[in-house]
Design a protein around this ligand. Structure first.
Ligand code: HEC
Ligand code: HEC
Length: 439
């Protein structure tokens, strides 16, 4: 049975499923989580692959592929597993090796773990990612935590499966920059360790499709849903603070976050897996002109690789879901973000333009950014400062307890920054003393 069907049938529309920070802050960050005073840095500012690998051993000491992760119904978990890629220890081990493999990039400096760094909440904690030759993209790297539970991949949903997704960064010119799948195979196929590992995992020689499969298998072991909030919902009344409990009430009522970010024991990710324009890219785009250009570009070359390039390295990135569906109503729409582990994956939004969770709240409080395609669910919320603090306190309870140190450090860091500067705060808009069209 297909996961999509299970979720839509059992839970209706609510389907399952979450600055450039000062270099100094980054240096101290994962050090705290790991214990030692410093994290050894490799290429592009990411922790070295060796260090990340050790950190991963600490976070996931063993993997039992025969069991559903904590809190998951085995039948539901099974439904997420594609027929041709059942989880085996050999596949997970191969995928893990490939995840850290810099030889899969054209200049040998970039692996998946460069941008989805184990010591940084499996993202890079940068506004937008840096790939080979220090090229910057247009999008913020989402975490690879819990991607096993998503219905589509990428912020515009342009990839249907983890297996499919994992092959794209390898050949994207500004990410890992391999000419094609064959070039990726060439890069590692002489390595005897890989030859053995591919045979053990899939009974075949080194090949590009199995690379995607193995990486996907590894990603399915990165399920991190054991947050204090989960424990609270499971009956532990002490798991979260009184302030966070008040934030949870606001989340469901006055702030209406729940309409797009459903959160429940059976739906832990906090996304409806749908696409909405909440006004982030509207800050600096002429959507109509951009959409015309995008249609022309997509007509000229409709391949999925071209779409990947347009989304990652041009202004058209801001069109979001429109690039996939070409529906006008999808202009500027992005997938509702996962809220699990949100505390440790700043900065926020598809372009990394929002630095702290206080700023995220300011964005919503003033009714987003007015534009023709703004989702009807986004309007001024009239939240007081106290209410904003409560919502933020709640959001910080959504981080898996294994990242508790980093979560605490982020809370303090973001709080200090928010005390200094709240660039998106606009109380006149939030309390409707001024209306969007008067701006
Ligand atoms: C240069 C940085 C970079 C590298 C290298 C990179 N990624 Fe990403 N990753 C990103 C960015 C940026 C996005 C968001 C792109 C988008 O949504 O259009 C992303 C998105 C994803 C997603 C989708 C997550 C979601 O929420 O939908 C997954 C899964 C993922 N990457 C896994 C990988 C894997 C596996 C590799 C290695 C084969 C890899 N990435 C290499 C930057 C990178
Ligand atoms: C109309 C649907 C909708 C509503 C209502 C909504 N969100 Fe969102 N949320 C989204 C979408 C879509 C994104 C991604 C936007 C982007 O990347 O441009 C998002 C992004 C976020 C992010 C950033 C996540 C990240 O990793 O970058 C946070 C945090 C968040 N929302 C929290 C909230 C809170 C708290 C509320 C209630 C005040 C709320 N949202 C209300 C749809 C919604």
């Amino acid at each position: 049975m297909n996961a999509r069907r299970i979720f839509s049938s059992s839970r209706g529309a609510a389907v399952i499923c979450v600055l450039l920070i000062g270099v100094v802050a980054l240096a101290s960050r994962s050090a705290e989580a790991a214990g030692p005073t410093d994290v050894p840095k490799g290429e592009h500012g990411a922790a070295t692959m060796e260090y990340q690998s050790k950190e991963l051993d600490r976070l996931v000491p063993s993997v039992d592929v025969s069991r559903a992760p904590l809190g998951f119904d085995p039948v539901v978990w099974e439904a997420f597993m594609p027929d041709d890629n059942a989880l085996t220890p050999q596949r997970v081990a191969l995928g893990r090796k490939l995840y850290f493999e810099t030889r899969l990039s054209a200049d040998g400096t970039v692996s998946c773990a460069t941008c989805h760094d184990v010591t940084r909440g499996f993202t890079d904690q940068l506004a937008v990612s840096e790939g080979i030759k220090d090229q910057l993209g247009r999008r913020n790297a989402p975490t690879t935590l819990n991607v096993a539970l998503l219905q589509t991949l990428f912020l515009d949903g342009r990839s249907p499966t983890l297996e499919h997704q994992a092959k794209l960064p390898i050949v994207n010119p500004i990410e890992m920059g391999m000419a094609d799948g064959d070039a990726a195979v060439d890069a590692i196929e002489d390595d005897e360790e890989y030859q053995v590992a591919f045979w053990k995992a899939y009974g075949r020689n080194v090949n590009y499709d199995d690379m995607g499969r193995a990486i996907a298998a590894f990603e399915r072991t990165l399920v991190f849903t054991d947050s204090p909030f989960r424990r609270y919902l499971a009956g532990d009344g002490e798991a979260i603070s009184v302030e966070a409990k008040r934030g949870w009430v606001l989340f469901n009522e006055k702030a209406r976050c729940v309409s797009c970010h459903p959160m429940s024991p059976s739906n832990p990710l906090g996304t409806d897996n749908r696409f909405h324009n909440v006004g982030v890219s509207a800050r600096h785009q002429d959507f109509e002109a951009l959409a015309k250009r995008a249609l022309a570009a997509l007509q000229e070359d409709p391949s999925e690789q071209r779409l990947d390039e347009l989304a990652l390295s041009t202004d058209m990135s801001e069109l979001g879901r429109f690039m996939v569906t070409k529906n006008r109503s999808d202009i500027g729409a992005f997938r509702t973000s996962l809220l699990l582990n949100i505390g440790i994956t700043p900065p926020y939004m598809h372009d990394g333009s929002v630095e702290t969770l206080w700023d995220v709240m300011d964005h919503y409080n003033k009714g987003g950014e007015a534009n023709l395609f703004l989702d009807g669910g986004i309007e001024p919320l009239a939240l007081t400062e106290e209410e904003v603090d409560r919502l933020v306190a709640f959001l910080f309870t959504l981080t898996d307890v294994r990242f508790a140190d980093e979560n605490r450090r982020q809370f303090e860091r973001q709080k200090a920054q928010a005390r200094e500067n709240r660039p998106l705060r606009d109380n006149e808009m939030a309390f409707r003393l001024k209306l969007a069209f008067e701006k």
